[in-house]
Write a protein of this length. Structure first.
Length: 185
């Protein structure tokens, strides 16, 4: 049932040109739209991005804007979908890392799932935070100063913003609900 909890808000979805786990993009996108917000796809290149269903190519999606042409002031929150290749690429792009870090600096809510925290590790914004992720990232997160937990969804308010994290596609229902709640604030 659609509601208008997020009416007037715009949520950025930061994704690499290739390698985003499709369901981790499409399900939160739908949740944000159904809550009345405007989702916008932000990438490092204009055109279309190629999503994946695990290791198989999925659909392509039109990019709304690039990290070079936008900044956090245009958005009320940020979603970082996973997929292994997506955040691995984003963390090598200084403009993408700076874009993500800006949401923390501005105290805006961020929701991240699966391998997405790699971008946040590069942005040096997980120190002192409690997060969850795909299990293979737990050592990386601990080494970056985070406390890693194995939970369906973790909402951390011990920092400049609300940080919502989840482990994997199976957690999407809880992740989407917690992200929408965080974006309401």
């Amino acid at each position: 049932m659609p509601n208008n909890d997020l009416q007037g808000k715009t949520i950025a979805f930061l994704c690499a040109p290739e390698g985003t786990e499709q369901v981790e993009l499409t399900e939160p996108w739908k949740a944000v739209e159904q809550a009345g917000a405007t989702p916008r796809l932000v990438s490092t290149q204009s055109g279309r991005l190629q999503a994946f269903n695990h290791l198989d190519k999925g659909d392509t999606f039109p990019v709304d804007t690039t990290v070079d042409a936008s900044d956090h002031t245009e958005f009320d929150g940020l979603v970082l979908p996973g997929g292994v290749a997506n955040p691995d690429f984003l963390r090598t792009e200084p403009a993408a890392v700076a874009f993500a870090r800006a949401f923390f600096d501005a105290g805006k809510p961020v929701a991240v799932i699966c391998h997405g925290p790699w971008t946040l590790i590069e942005a040096d914004v997980v120190r002192g935070r409690t997060v969850t992720s795909w299990p293979s990232l737990q050592t990386d997160l601990r080494n970056a100063g985070a406390t890693w937990v194995d939970e369906e969804v973790k909402i951390c308010e011990d920092g400049p913003n609300v940080l919502v994290s989840s482990r994997k596609p199976d957690d999407l229902k809880a992740f989407c609900q917690a992200a929408v709640e965080a974006f309401k604030r």
